[in-house]
Design a protein around this ligand. Structure first.
Ligand SMILES: Nc1ncnc2c1ncn2[C@@H]1O[C@H](COP(=O)(O)OP(=O)(O)O)[C@@H](O)[C@H]1O
Ligand SMILES: [Mg+2]
Length: 242
């Protein structure tokens, strides 16, 4: 049986993939689901006690309560904050799909639901012959696309949908993240235009939280998910109805 889960991608880096993935994990943890998390490739790892770690993976792990080994949660942590294929070259590493798939398989035997966070957007190179899109297609999880709310997001989100479709990757839906309390004209129109032109549902428009405490932002967004369309779609995935 195909593992249950989602592959979280974004229209760009910095749009809130980690925060949204962690919010979904936190929401599911609150519902008693033992969620597994996977951040296959991180560039710009940070050193803690001499070990290079992925801050994204740390947040995902904390939000989900996932107790699987760190090597499975974050199989490739690269030093430089540049495109992963180049960061890997600097570290003398080659990112291999097989290693990621082994971690994915181990996680999916231990957990009821998997949340995978891709690096950057779909066309980010992980290795000479592997892009984030290839990873999403090969892992066969439906895509949750995180988009920013402001002007330019229609173009970036439609490009991402078109890229996914052309590569045979199923799209679960779109989440617009970071909507200001008082949206401007572009931010107010974007969700409807994106939905109409892409034919993909905008499952949630999540607010911009004040403060910089990642854990608090995640908890706040997890509360926002409760009872909403994204939560309903994820419940359907969990119950094998999608
Ligand atoms: N809804 C939000 N409210 C406030 N800050 C946010 C929100 N979403 C993301 N951020 C902040 O924006 C930055 C980038 O988010 P992140 O999830 O790391 O992006 P990505 O994983 O796409 O690179 C982080 O500092 C994060 O805390
Ligand atoms: Mg991230």
């Amino acid at each position: 049986m195909r593992p249950k889960g989602i592959f979280v991608t974004g229209t760009d880096t910095g749009v809130g993939k980690t925060i949204v993935a962690a919010a979904v994990a936190c929401y599911l943890k609150g519902k008693g689901v033992y969620v597994g998390v996977l951040k296959p490739v991180t560039s710009g790892g940070v050193e803690r006690a001499g070990i290079l770690v992925s801050e994204d993976a740390e947040l995902l792990k904390q939000a989900s309560g996932c107790a699987s080994p760190d090597d499975d949660i974050a199989p490739y942590v690269l030093r430089r904050p540049i495109a992963p294929s180049e960061a890997a070259r600097h570290d003398g590493v080659t990112v291999r799909y097989e290693r990621i798939k082994e971690a994915f398989d181990r996680l999916s035997t231990r957990h009821g639901f998997l949340i995978v966070e891709g690096a950057g957007g779909l066309l980010v190179p992980l290795a000479e012959d592997l892009m984030t899109a290839d990873l999403a297609r090969r892992l066969q999880l439906p895509l949750l696309i995180v988009a920013r709310p402001d002007l330019g997001t229609v173009n970036h989100t439609l490009l991402t949908c078109e890229c996914a479709r052309s590569r045979g990757i199923g799209i679960l839906g779109i989440v617009i993240n970071g909507q200001p309390e008082q949206p401007g004209e572009a931010e107010s129109y974007a969700p409807r235009i994106i939905e109409r032109l892409s034919g993909v549902p905008v499952l949630d428009v999540l607010p911009r939280s004040s403060g910089t405490d990642q854990k608090r932002i995640v908890e706040r967004l997890a509360d926002c998910l409760d009872g909403g369309p994204l939560a309903a779609v994820i419940q359907s995935l969990l119950m094998n109805k999608l």
